[in-house]
Design a protein around this ligand. Structure first.
Ligand SMILES: NC(=O)C1=CN([C@@H]2O[C@H](COP(=O)(O)OP(=O)(O)OC[C@H]3O[C@@H](n4cnc5c(N)ncnc54)[C@H](OP(=O)(O)O)[C@@H]3O)[C@@H](O)[C@H]2O)C=CC1
Ligand SMILES: Cc1cn([C@H]2C[C@H](O)[C@@H](COP(=O)(O)OP(=O)(O)O[C@H]3O[C@@H](C)C(=O)[C@@H](O)[C@H]3O)O2)c(=O)[nH]c1=O
Ligand SMILES: [Mg+2]
Length: 282
């Protein structure tokens, strides 16, 4: 059995209910209590652990950094230490927001990090704690996650389209929108691969293709949904938020394909299906 933390999130909900998965929610393991997370791993003795839980409210993290640090930094560290002690692989999900996002070249796995905000700092602390635990692990950095479940940009755009026919959206932040089910597939494959081959331990990138700005992503959403909303490109400076976001979130995902045979998912292909699922259930 593979033990998953974060059963109610976008990625976690896609993992919950899969064959061979036992997923825990906040009631079973609260990440503000690292010892409770460690105890859950000891109690269940899984063949691998996947952490899909995180503090993901990017702007709110600016005023709650201690809470975000406990959930994104301390808890994954405690999980990774128990996994190392038990000799089982630990798969952790991280983010493009660990990068400062300068330039236009896709980020390599070993590029210098330098988060612009509290969320990114706490996620970077989580990466460092997982590596320091010294066990077999994968840190999978992904970006711009969307799904028919939970809070995400796709659902925000569909909601706004009910009352608006024109939106201004930032065009100078470029990244890969990533469907949550593709991340769920990837972490399952990676967990099994690490059980078989611990030498694959390391940090990897996984984002949807093609890379795009938020404004063009919004246009693609409205086109696929058949909603008559015009989108105007604006610079990030015209959309002030408590947390600054990276301009360049492009990630080179080739090592993930080489090591695990997992290609970048095509977000344009999955968008219509995802929209249908949202509009039919709301
Ligand atoms: N969303 C995105 O755009 C991106 C996400 N990521 C990373 O991908 C991973 C999955 O993200 P995503 O699926 O979007 O996350 P969501 O925001 O959809 O869900 C977060 C999950 O974490 C859980 N959680 C939060 N705080 C606690 C806590 N104290 N104790 C237990 N559980 C808690 C939530 O539970 P509850 O429902 O009880 O609050 C929920 O299950 C995370 O590591 C995230 O950092 C990386 C790049 C982009
Ligand atoms: C709603 C809206 C947003 N925006 C901008 C704000 C922001 O720069 C961008 C995306 O908005 P969001 O709030 O979805 O962005 P954000 O919550 O920062 O998304 C991030 O979440 C974390 C968890 C990650 O790890 C990242 O990979 C990334 O997905 O769009 C507009 O320009 N116009 C709008 O009308
Ligand atoms: Mg958000």
């Amino acid at each position: 059995m593979i033990l998953v933390f974060g059963s109610s999130g976008q990625v976690g909900a896609s993992l919950a209910g899969r064959d061979g998965v036992l997923s825990l929610g906040r009631a079973e393991a609260d990440l503000t209590d690292p010892e409770a997370c460690a105890a859950a791993i000891r109690a269940h003795r899984p063949r691998a652990v996947i952490n899909a839980a995180a503090y993901t409210a990017v702007d709110k993290a600016e005023s709650e950094e201690n809470l975000a640090a406990a959930i994104n930094g301390a808890a994954p560290g405690a999980m990774a230490r128990v996994a190392a002690e038990l000799g089982i692989p630990f798969v952790h999900i991280s983010t493009d927001y660990v990068f400062p996002g300068s330039g236009t070249a896709p980020h390599q796995v070993n590029d210098r990090t330098g988060p612009l905000g509290a969320y990114g700092r706490t996620k970077l602390a989580g990466e460092e704690a997982v590596r320091a635990a010294g066990g077999v692990h994968a840190i999978l950095r992904t970006s711009w996650v969307y799904s028919d479940h939970g809070a995400n940009f796709l659902k925000t755009m569909l909601r706004l389209s009910e009352t608006r026919d024109h939106l201004t959206v930032v065009a100078d932040q470029i990244g890969g929108p990533t469907p949550a089910p593709a991340i769920a597939d990837a972490v399952m494959i990676i967990a099994e691969a690490l059980v078989t081959d611990p030498s694959l331990s390391g940090t990897y990138h996984f984002s949807g293709a093609p890379d795009v700005g938020w404004a063009d992503f919004a246009r693609a959403i409205f086109a696929a949904a058949g909603r008559p909303v015009t989108v105007e490109d604006i610079p990030s400076s015209a959309y002030p938020t408590p947390a600054q976001r990276p301009g360049n979130s492009r990630m080179d995902c080739s090592a993930t394909e080489t090591a695990f045979g997992i290609a970048r998912p095509d977000w344009q292909a999955t968008l219509p299906h995802m929209i249908k699922s949202i509009t039919e259930t709301s």
